[in-house]
Design a binder for this molecule. Structure first.
Ligand code: HT7
Ligand code: ZN
Length: 859
């Protein structure tokens, strides 16, 4: 497959100001007539050939200016026409079979309905088109089909007309006045019902809102609608962005490759991010719905009104929109807890990516298959990079920067550089050096030294960036660090400060100290870097208990534990040292369990141990079995050592009836957290408590929490609880997904065997991405048995990749990174992982998606 390079970008030779699409819909056969008004692009190099991308299409008929032409050629999958004049009308007829579309890209059938997914390059599976984000057109869409099968017909923009054309056949016409790239095109036809509402925008326009689902799911749409209305209001208040069409539709589909899609005026969602009620959705699921609804809605400005010039600029819309959805969720709930959660996700998903064979800058330089670049780096690190600009500018000036960006580039296909230039000018920042964050991959490491000199605290920082594939010898980048220096006597600090490390090594001096202060660094995780520092356990215990920045408090607890586990995993601890380290952690942990000033949501966060993948990141090469053993050992010790406090928490949180307020959510969070520790330290007691929690549960958070703990235990009640859960929810696919995932990611030593058995379950299928992920992604990401010493876990995931690749290459390729980290794993396992990658690479007819990920992983 061809390598596509950012530096090769050229504007397209033709503009396509208007597109008219006519769909004659059928599940097995859909006929599409596309009429494109094309005219030469004055800013591009003149070229009489019009190359229209296609993927698996054959033209049925082609007309130019009304006359059938034969003078076209196929070049690979693309259609190439030669056009003599300045402007023409090109009409192309294609026919496709949506029910055969297992890739779920383009137009496909899902449970009897038809829907589309066009980002990034799915439109070319519907009709021939310049399928690139810098070609913007207005779309008029007519569709017709059997009314009983497809009573609802939706597309982008506003509904303009409709009627019956023949007995039982109806049609609808939609017009979207906003020019858009083809990846934002959408169509839905199906038997759906809607929850409807109306939103009045800040300028007083009324917008009809609808959330479309299957009939039986209507009762689970209230939270989605509330989240949409909150998002619309929030974007007006915080970014001055108003909605711009008369209708906004959301449709939920159960077969979907990702979370959701921001098609103009017609967002299409994975059911997982729409449907929620207390019986079937956890508190985390509710947050997920709110966050993803917000994310897709915010794209209306950051993505749709201003789109990307080319796919290398993906972080322009995704990084910025992730930041916007994170800020939205911070405002809707606990800002502190949300920040910690976001950092945890970054560390678990993005840090390993940035330090492995798939590392790439947030603005990549090349790709073979763009779907492989919808990554935690482009999304989450992209958001962190923009967050740093916000931290340096302050909220108000940052808003001036975004206002300028939206004004200046509205209606354009823009670049990351356009964004940075607008923030630079609007916010009054010098971002010359900062631009390196867009071009350099890898998380910088900052080494810290604090000394006392003549009544001054001297903070010396040194930064280094690791070599990443294709990039070595990196330049220093600006690293904004929020810090505070705590006086040891008073336990207070004299105010937070922002310092920006711009050089490789730099010292910062702070007057007024006659003894070394305690340094609270990278507060709020102001920069996405790794910090290396020697700090006394007592100082970390102090910060874990007393820091007024909630993230720094969490971080101190994490550092305390990571520092200990790193030594323990390396086998460098004497029994005395282990006892001393555990005692310090135990003191801090107990303080968290019993601190009355903490709310339970925050307490629940502080209780979470650093994840195994984050721990692995701290070591050049690690042994997953050792990490697991030490981490579980500490958990068991804490469970036993703080058993009384944990039981007290579990009791305090039990018997409180369901509500969605923060206090009740906090209680549910600490309740299951307490159970997790007790399960490790006092398994028999925990099995009983889990049973009580499960039986008393009046909501999914408690029920899933109890089942999750029980699934990891060798308890006689385990099978009965799992069966009960399945029997209760067998008709709800999203909950059946949970049932698969709970078993796949459990701590049970037989998890690998269970996964193999579950793959034979009648409800299991590789064809539904949610189901495939619920079993195999959950397993590879979380089960200790993925790394089973005989390599069986690796073999199974490689088999899954090979089986899934012909069905859904995009989803198949997303499993590759689990094997791709072989260089950072101890040699025996590394050899087996590599061998599996080689087996995949040798398979015939591998998709471009999987080929690219496997070859980069081996390279
Ligand atoms: N912008 C959307 C990306 C997306 C996608 C990409 C590739 C294949 C399938 C996909 N579905 C959605 C999602 C978002 O970031 O909002
Ligand atoms: Zn997005």
């Amino acid at each position: 497959p061809q390598l596509i390079r950012r530096e090769d970008y050229r504007p397209f030779a033709w503009n396509v100001p208007q597109v008219a699409l006519d769909f004659v819909l059928g599940l097995n056969q859909t006929r599409i007539t596309a009429r494109l008004d094309v005219e030469r692009n004055p800013v591009a190099e003149a070229d009489p050939t019009l190359r229209l991308n296609g993927d698996g299409l054959t033209p049925v008929e082609i007309r130019v200016d009304g006359a059938v032409v034969q003078s076209w050629v196929m070049e690979g999958a693309d259609l190439v026409l030669t056009l003599p004049g300045e402007a023409h009308q090109v009409e192309i007829v294609t026919e496709i079979d949506p029910s055969a579309n297992t890739q779920l890209m383009g137009l496909y059938a899902s449970n009897g309905m038809l829907c589309t997914q066009c980002e990034a390059e799915g439109f070319r599976r519907i009709t021939f088109f310049p399928d690139r984000p810098d070609v913007l057109s207005t779309y008029r869409v007519r569709m017709s089909g059997p009314k009983d099968q497809f009573p609802v017909l939706l597309s982008n923009g506003n509904h303009v007309d409709g009627g019956e054309s023949a007995e039982g056949v109806h049609w609808a016409e939609w017009y979207d006045p906003w020019p858009k790239p083809s990846y934002l095109f959408a169509l839905v036809a199906g038997d759906l019902v809607a929850r409807k509402d109306v939103f009045t925008t800040m300028s007083g326009r009324k917008v009809d809102l609808a959330v479309w689902v299957r009939e039986g799911d209507l009762g689970r749409t209230e939270h989605a609608m509330e989240s949409l209305i909150k998002s619309m209001k929030w974007d007006e208040e915080r970014f001055g962005r108003e909605y711009d069409l008369d209708t906004f539709n959301i449709v939920a589909v159960s077969d979907f490759n990702m979370g959701a899609m921001e098609n103009k005026g017609l967002n299409i969602f994975n059911t997982k991010y729409v449907l929620a009620d207390s019986d079937s959705a956890t508190d985390g699921d509710y947050d997920g719905v709110e966050g993803v609804i917000g994310h897709e809605y915010f794209h209306n400005w950051s993505g749709n009104r201003i789109t990307c010039r080319d796919w290398f600029q993906l972080s322009l819309k995704e990084g910025f929109t992730v930041l916007r959805d994170q800020l939205f969720s911070q405002d809707m709930g606990s800002a502190a807890v949300k920040r910690i959660e976001d950092v945890r996700v970054l560390r678990a998903a993005q840090f390993p990516e940035d330090s492995g064979p798939l590392a790439h800058p947030i603005r990549p330089d090349s790709y073979r298959e763009i779907s492989n670049f919808y990554t935690a780096t482009v999304y989450n690190k992209g958001a962190e990079v923009i967050r740093m600009m916000r931290t340096m500018a302050g909220e108000e000036r940052f808003r001036q920067g975004t206002d300028l960006y939206f004004d200046r580039h509205d209606g354009e296909a823009a670049t990351c550089e356009d964004f940075v230039a607008a923030i630079e000018e609007g916010a009054g920042l010098d971002l010359a050096q900062f631009r390196l964050w867009y071009s350099q991959a890898g998380a910088p490491r900052v080494t810290v030294e604090l000394a006392l000199e003549d009544g001054e605290a001297v903070l010396t920082l040194q930064q280094s960036a690791p070599a990443t594939p294709g990039q070595s010898g990196k330049q220093p980048m600006p690293i904004p660090l929020r810090i505070a220096l705590f006086d040891r006597e008073s336990g207070q600090h004299g105010g937070e400060q922002l310092i920006v490390l711009t050089q490789e090594q730099q010292s910062f001096r702070f007057a007024g100290f006659d003894q070394l202060p305690i340094l609270s660094l990278n507060r709020g995780f102001s920069a996405p870097v790794a910090i290396d520092r020697e700090i006394a356990a007592d100082d970390l215990v102090f910060l874990a208990a007393r820091d007024d920045d909630p993230f720094a408090r969490y971080e101190a607890m994490q550092d305390l534990i990571v520092g200990h586990l790193k030594k323990a995993i390396g086998g460098h601890l004497s029994d005395d040292d282990r006892a001393a380290a555990r005692a310090a952690i135990g003191t801090a942990f107990r303080a968290i369990l019993t601190d009355d000033t903490l709310d339970d949501l925050m307490r629940g966060e502080l209780m979470i141990l650093p994840g195994a993948s984050y721990l692995a990141e701290q070591m050049l090469v690690s042994d997953p079995a050792e990490i697991h053993a030490e981490r579980e050992g500490l958990k068991a010790w804490l469970g036993a050592h703080c058993g009384a406090e944990l039981q007290a928490i579990h009791q305090r949180a039990s018997g409180v009836s369901y509500s969605r307020d923060a206090a009740a959510r906090g209680l549910r969070k600490v309740k299951t957290q307490a159970l997790v520790y007790l399960a490790a330290g006092k398994p028999e007691l925990a099995a009983g408590l889990a049973q009580d929690q499960y039986q008393a549960a009046d909501n999914m958070t408690d029920r899933q929490g109890a089942l999750m703990v029980m699934a990891g235990l060798e308890s006689p009640d385990r099978d009965a609880m799992l069966s009960d859960f399945y029997d209760r929810y067998r008709d709800n696919p999203l909950v059946v997904d949970k049932w698969f995932a709970i078993q796949a990611q459990s701590l049970h030593p037989g998890a690998l065997r269970h996964v193999k058995e579950l793959a034979e379950h009648p409800d299991f299928t590789l064809r539904n991405p949610n189901r495939a992920r619920s079993l195999y992604m959950a397993f590879a990401a979380a089960s200790p048995t993925f790394h089973q010493a005989d390599g069986e876990g690796y073999r199974m995931i490689a088999d899954v990749i090979l089986a899934l690749d012909p069905i859904n290459p995009q989803t198949a390729a997303r499993f590759v990174p689990f094997l791709g980290r072989w260089r950072r794993i101890e040699p025996k396992r590394a050899a087996m992982m590599k061998q599996e990658l080689e087996r995949i690479a040798a398979a015939p007819a591998l998709s471009r998606d999987t080929y690219e990920q496997v070859s980069r992983s081996l390279g």
